[in-house]
Design a binder for this molecule. Sequence first.
Ligand code: FAD
Length: 510
Amino acid sequence: MNRTIARRLAANAYALRIPRKAFSSQAPGNDVSSVPTCPSHEHEVKQNLKNDDKLYDVAIVGGGMVGMALACSLARMPLTKQLNVAIIDSNPALQNKLIIKKEDPPDPRVSTVTPATISLFNDVGAWEYVLQNRHAFFDKMQVWDYTGLGYTRYEARDINKEALGCVVENKVLHYALLSCMQNTEFQKTIYSSRLTSMAVHRSSSSTRADSTSSTTLHNQGNLAKLDLSDGSSLYAKLVVGSDGGKSRVRELAGFKTTGWSYPQNAIICTVEHTVENQCAWQRFLPAGPIALLPIGDKFSNIVWTMSPKEASDCNSMKEDDFIKAVNHALDYGYGPHPKSSLLGNGDIFSWLRADATSSAKESFEIPPKVVKLASARMVFPLSLKHANDYASKRVALIGDAAHTVHPLAGQGVNMGFEDAFALSKVIAEGIAVGTDIGEVSLLKKYEAERKPANIMMMAVLDGFQKAYSVDFGPLNVLRAAAFNGAHYISPLKRSIISYASGEQKLPLFY
Ligand SMILES: Cc1cc2nc3c(=O)[nH]c(=O)nc-3n(C[C@H](O)[C@H](O)[C@H](O)COP(=O)(O)OP(=O)(O)OC[C@H]3O[C@@H](n4cnc5c(N)ncnc54)[C@H](O)[C@@H]3O)c2cc1C
């Protein structure tokens, strides 16, 4: 028999022999002898763990959108659905069924999800739960700046698609992933608690990272030991940090980061119009961009970036004054409406227009007026942060724990979803060949797949943030040329749309 096939069969047998008994129903006090471990470590683990220790294949620290995407993907794949998984997060949304009343206005925390994310959600069966709730597909987008020198309109039909993206409340995305996972026989235990300390055994030496002096280092068993804020402890072959931008896992595992804070905050809220908004709008203002995103019915979501002082002022303004400020920012405020092109009619691009996209003929439009504030305003500080490594022995980072980006292009959680699905596939590959899923060589495959893609996206977003934060004559003209180029040059336009959709890996002409 072919050796690879033989290895796979042996590995599958290993995966399949994991007892179906759900640890969730018996924790605390799991049966140590039933812990699924890679055969080479099994004896060692049994020797060093007490009977009441709680043992898992994977501990997902942080059950936000990205952590739940990983759990959902693991629950759905044939090789990984046998795994025994702990999810650690004190967020009550993990315990309670979300009740979404259609008559309530949308929550201000929304995400623009790309076609690539929609396709990943479809693959694991989570998108159907999104479709049962409020969501807003959009097929048009207009981007312009306050100088009045240029604008770009994008349309889904430019790339033969039906939508450029979909705006969904974060709580709906979370609920969809949670429901999808719960409708499987996946062996998961949800700990309504927080990670406080972690000890990871690394072959010859041990790394200790405690916040409490009482934690004893688990220095012999070949597992990571996690201590939680409720006093409980658990062990896992693999710890995944999906605990957001201030990741405790990242800190405890000693991953270094690179990054900086932007001198900007984002103010977000839900607003209402008299007509339905079906387009995503973004205007670059001197202090940062303002986006008006459709979120169904007559509602839109505002993400407005500005200096921390301005954000604080806007947050405390009277409602009527805030609405006036929003309409001002989306219409005639700060500068005139753009004409059709920098040089009057765009003729300098005529040589590239033989194959013009249909949206190149679309003229500039003014967004629908905002008439009412429909939620509280929320303010977020903005930063760029990137973990220098995403993986070490027994630890991997995904989502904002690995990278935090400026929200100007709505890419942050989309990058995180791609991490989660990529990591779950690498875990499945490890199981298929009988590798310990906490092995660094396996986890580095995940890092090799996601790190270059994330760095590229971060560089593009940071470049945009910088290019559009400067009010300087020559740069304004260059920006206008970029708007016009993106509006009229078909290959460039298609390339931008495909890259932003998550369907093209590099922002290059094709
Ligand atoms: C204003 C704004 C607008 C945005 N718009 C978009 C958009 O349109 N599209 C887009 O793609 N992205 C957008 N983003 C980015 C997106 O919100 C983030 O990328 C996303 O929320 C990250 O998800 P996450 O699950 O990685 O982390 P988080 O959402 O931060 O979740 C982390 C989870 O970990 C838990 N946790 C934290 N510490 C611990 C601990 N010690 N122990 C256990 N659990 C812990 C928390 O309770 C939380 O549930 C936006 C961001 C901002 C600020």
